[in-house]
Design a protein around this ligand. Structure first.
Ligand code: GUN
Length: 297
């Protein structure tokens, strides 16, 4: 392996460490930052993410509430739960774990979340603010990717960034953030997706390649240029009878191949995923600070 590992765990630890004095100051002022996570159904990966978010809150001394509902819950009931969390003074951040069951209108649920408590940064108000470079609740995974680059002094300015994937959660917002006229941005961004022709020709142009496809090991070693920085957002479960769980986690990038050619690469797990949770904690603290500043007497 010639690439240097981008260790999300180390960067996430430093983000969380920087939150500690902010949380202490809030507590001093009589306010404990609180995050509510809503989980609908029993998707095992979502269950793992939600538990991990709650555990991280508790470790940081934040308040955490997990609302679990059956997959059969009516849309209106979920909307009512979100409305009551909007009014709940102990809660400063609300996250409805995606994906929701197919009978639900995910956008309608997102629109119900008070934008001031939208710690995912998914509400169109926050998406718009991000797009014009004025957001303060930035989407967690894209923001986490920028923090990783910053920690390793990889400045995207003037570089060719190729994002593979155009989801609202990762692909579109990370492209938007990296093209901003701003620090740790100013990149020339290309977004490729499932309909892109000659994908390897596009990915080989990248100085920084961000893979957010959601399919295991799609990016092979021959799809990156020598010395590229490779950021793997994928977390895919693939069957493996040699493990206790019967599966192992792999990214969207073939790590074994790409680590031979890349200059830097994120591992899966321990790369981008841990950053998503750290940035969620940061957003919750930011939302709580703003609540304290603007709450009516
Ligand atoms: N599902 C996968 N990633 C995310 C995320 O960042 N936020 C929410 N709400 N759901 C997700």
């Amino acid at each position: 392996m010639s690439a240097q590992l981008i260790e999300g765990k180390i960067v996430a630890r430093s983000v969380k460490k920087a939150l500690k004095p902010r949380i202490a100051a809030l507590k001093e002022a009589g306010l404990t930052p609180g995050l509510a996570t809503v989980l609908v159904g029993n998707d095992p990966a979502s269950e793992t993410y939600v538990n991990s978010k709650a555990r991280t809150c508790e470790k940081l001394g934040m308040y955490s509430e997990v609302v679990r509902k059956e997959a059969s819950i009516a849309q209106q009931e979920l909307v009512s739960i979100v409305r009551s969390l909007n009014e709940n003074e102990r809660i400063h951040g609300i996250l409805v774990q995606s994906p929701l069951p197919s009978h639900m209108d995910e956008l309608a649920v997102t629109l119900t979340i008070d934008p001031a408590k939208d710690v995912d940064g998914f509400h169109p108000y926050n998406v718009g603010m991000m797009l014009i470079g004025r957001g303060d609740l930035l989407p967690c995974t894209p923001h986490g990717i920028i923090k990783l680059l910053e920690h390793y002094a990889i400045d995207p300015s003037g570089k060719e960034v190729v994002v593979v994937g155009r989801s609202n959660i990762v692909g579109k917002p990370v492209a938007a953030l990296l093209m901003q006229k701003a620090r740790m941005a100013n990149a020339t961004v290309t977004v490729a997706h499932s309909r892109s022709r000659n994908l390897p020709d596009i990915t080989r142009r990248a100085d920084i390649l961000i893979a957010a496809i959601g399919k295991p090991e799609v990016i092979g070693g021959d799809m990156i240029k020598s010395g590229a920085v490779v950021i793997d957002v994928g977390v895919n479960r693939v069957g493996d009878d040699t493990t206790d769980k019967g599966y192992r986690l792999v990214g969207d990038v073939c790590f074994e191949e790409c680590c031979q050619r890349a200059s830097y690469i994120t591992p899966v797990p321990g790369g981008v995923g841990v950053m998503t949770i750290a940035m969620l904690m940061e957003n919750t603290v930011t939302a709580a600070e703003r609540y304290l500043k603007f709450r009516p007497d």
